[in-house]
Design a protein around this ligand. Structure first.
Ligand SMILES: *Cc1c(COP(=O)(O)O)cnc(C)c1O
Length: 451
């Protein structure tokens, strides 16, 4: 089967994985996605039980790279990219915390960025091209992308982050790298950063620059994020038994990984999509009316401060609808089916902090704010649709050590800092700063590319 990626806006030609990955956004400003997904058989999925993570990654991702990346090359990429542990900690009964925070920048974004850098690096080398990765971050993407692409020949990386919305440790993970990585603090919100990046991609006066995105709008970020759902099922579920996932969500790239896994054949009973105060999605699921949160609301789970999740356009397409990049719904998705498959609730900051305390007191389990939102969302689902006994993975998406001030305020002690982060915390920072002004940013990009 030849895989064709189409735009969610429906106005761009079909492309293969290589083209979709290098372009990022489709020419019609939609997002590349599949109408039909490659299928894994129940027997193939059952065989994952005895495989290490990197081999599961190879078997899932090779469904997409046929004829584009040779199998042995892909296998080596998976081995290199996934050389860290993925703990599944039992909490009670069959409920587990899946910690996706053991990569070099201590958030789940390492999973996607490390694979994408390897794939893109290979494509560039084959074509002898240069590329500038332009990305907006609400905290963790920038660090993961900057680390993944740092010192890879052919790449320049420019990361925009909202100056007042990220923690010091999050910032240092980007600003100490230097080399081919430039970080820019924007006096604005994450949404401003994302809007500036989107505008640069659509700006004809920058058409001659070799820009590409590494945000979760890039399909190359999304596909690797389907792998850990297969992995969790392979460790927690009996063959054929449906899983429950609770996924703390902002731009909805992570949760779309679970949707991709489900579309590929993984049995899933419920995808729980808890958000913070940015509650556009749970309101949409309840009412069928989509209203973006403008401006986006700040919260302790700062990597999820997204007023209009870009990846919703992809989710809507899976359920037969069409949403454009501004959030306008041109065709309604099937809400009934969405409600059957998904559950979503909004978790306040107070409740997030209470959850961190409660889980620590009750289970001696340390969660940071994003993982706590996932935990609280799972509790909301249990209250709404009680259903005990299913294999469940609640995702902890960042390491508590990234938010020492917040953890200290909430439970009175500082989390242990992983040695790699400690070493980075000591290096000197270097970054640029500007207002949320597109004109200034465009000139900055032109200057960075003038030789
Ligand atoms: C980015 C991020 C999220 C949200 O993931 P999306 O794919 O944007 O929904 C959740 N937690 C952490 C720690 C993150 O960095």
């Amino acid at each position: 089967m030849r895989l064709e990626f189409t735009s969610t806006n429906g106005q761009s030609p079909c492309v293969n994985l290589r083209e979709a990955l290098l372009a990022g956004l489709a020419p019609d400003r939609g997002l590349y996605f599949l109408k039909q997904f490659p299928q894994l058989t129940a027997a193939e999925i059952a065989s994952f039980a005895s495989l290490p993570y990197h081999e599961i990654a190879f078997r899932v991702l090779s469904q997409y790279t046929d004829g584009i990346v040779e199998p042995d090359v892909l296998a080596a990429m998976c081995r290199e990219a996934y050389d860290f542990v993925i703990p599944l900690e039992k909490v009670h009964d069959r409920v587990h915390i899946m910690r996706l925070d053991q990569g070099p920048t201590a958030s789940f974004k390492d999973f996607a960025a490390r694979m994408m850098a390897r794939l893109m690096g290979r494509f560039l080398l084959e074509e002898n091209r240069q590329l500038t990765i332009l990305t907006a971050t609400s905290g963790d993407t920038g660090a993961a992308v900057a680390h993944a692409f740092h010192n890879i020949p052919g790449f320049q990386v420019i990361v925009l982050f909202p100056n007042d919305e990220i923690s010091l440790s999050q910032r240092k993970l980007m600003t100490v790298l230097k080399g081919n990585v430039r970080t820019v603090a924007i006096d604005g919100k994450f949404d401003d950063c994302q809007a500036m990046v989107k505008r640069a991609f659509a700006d004809p006066s920058l058409g001659h620059l070799p820009l590409s995105s590494a945000n979760s709008i890039n399909i190359g970020r999304l596909l690797p994020q389907s792998v850990y759902y297969f992995y969790a099922a392979s460790r927690l579920a009996k063959p054929g038994e449906p899983m429950v996932f609770s996924i703390p969500s902002g731009n909805f790239g992570d949760m779309m990984g679970s949707v991709v896994a489900k579309q590929m054949g993984l049995p899933v009973r419920k995808i729980i999509v808890p958000v913070n105060d940015n509650d556009a999605f749970p309101r949409f699921l309840a009412t069928g009316v989509y209203e973006k949160v403008v401006p986006s609301r700040n919260s302790v789970s700062n990597a999820m401060n997204v007023g209009h999740p870009s990846n919703l356009a992809r989710l809507v397409s899976v359920y037969g609808g069409q949403m454009d990049e501004t959030g306008k719904i041109n065709q309604m998705p099937n809400l009934e089916t969405m409600r059957r498959d998904l559950f979503s609730s909004s978790i306040s900051d107070d409740r997030t902090r209470e959850t961190i305390r409660e889980v620590w007191t009750k289970y001696e389990l340390l969660l940071e704010a994003h993982g706590a939102v996932a935990w609280a969302g799972y509790q909301d689902w249990q209250a709404a649709e009680p259903m005990a006994g299913l294999p469940t993975a609640i995702l902890e998406t960042a390491n508590p050590a990234k938010f020492p001030e917040e953890i200290e305020r909430t439970i009175g002690f500082s989390p242990d800092v992983p040695p790699a982060m400690e070493a980075m915390n000591k290096l000197p920072e270097d970054y640029d700063r500007m207002g949320a002004d597109y004109g200034i940013f465009r000139d900055y990009l032109l200057a960075k590319h003038a030789v």
